[in-house]
Design a binder for this molecule. Structure first.
Ligand code: FMN
Length: 180
């Protein structure tokens, strides 16, 4: 049987550096990891770090220009056993809930039939905002699974709900979805 493929979406959150640990842990489990970054994510962590730890080329917003006939988002959408987005920003949750497809990660989310696991990370007010909560409900209604966010001291200085779940927990949740 071929190895499971996790498409790991990374978005523009201070928690993006933890995606390196997630990519590394998944690779050590023998999972093929393809990282897809938003442009904002690149302000927080370099594609080089994620490329090295995932052992594959990182798909960036600019990757649409690659010299291959097959659009990369369709290739990855078809290959994925699981789409894991960690951290998932408020913005990406909104894009996914509304079916927007303005960059490779959003395109993959629309095109894939793989299960989706989302690990939100954001300021507590952003998380509790009715817009975000409606987006989460919409995504859950469509079958998306969520892990976190957890409570604690947030990087923005607030205390409350909004911390991304720990990488070990996220990887455990991903593995159990892959086994299901
Ligand atoms: C220092 C800093 C930290 C941020 N952390 C978060 C965060 O944890 N969650 C979030 O939803 N947005 C956060 N943002 C805002 C996002 O980066 C911004 O909404 C961006 O447009 C998200 O783009 P993306 O969803 O395409 O990755 C942060 C912005 C800055 C400057």
């Amino acid at each position: 049987m071929s190895e499971p493929v996790v498409v790991l979406g990374v978005t523009g959150s201070i928690a993006a550096y933890k995606a390196a640990d997630i990519a590394s842990r998944l690779s050590k489990e023998g999972i093929v990891v393809h990282v897809v970054m938003t442009s904002a994510a690149e302000r927080f962590i370099t594609p080089l770090t994620l490329q090295t730890l995932s052992r594959h080329e990182v798909i960036r917003t600019t990757s649409a220009d690659r010299p291959d006939w097959r659009p990369i988002h369709i290739e990855l959408a078809d290959k994925a056993s699981l789409l894991l987005i960690a951290p998932a920003s408020a913005n990406v949750l909104a894009e996914l809930a509304h079916g927007l497809a303005g960059h490779p990660l959003a395109e993959i989310a629309l095109a894939t039939r793989a299960p989706m696991l989302l690990a939100p990370a954001m300021n507590g007010n952003m998380w509790h905002h009715a817009a975000t909560q409606n987006n989460v409900l919409t995504l859950k209604t469509r079958g998306a699974q969520f892990i976190g966010p957890a409570e604690g001291l947030l990087a923005c200085g607030y205390e409350g709900v909004g911390r991304m779940a720990e990488p070990a927990e996220i990887v455990e949740a991903a593995l159990s979805l892959l086994r299901a």
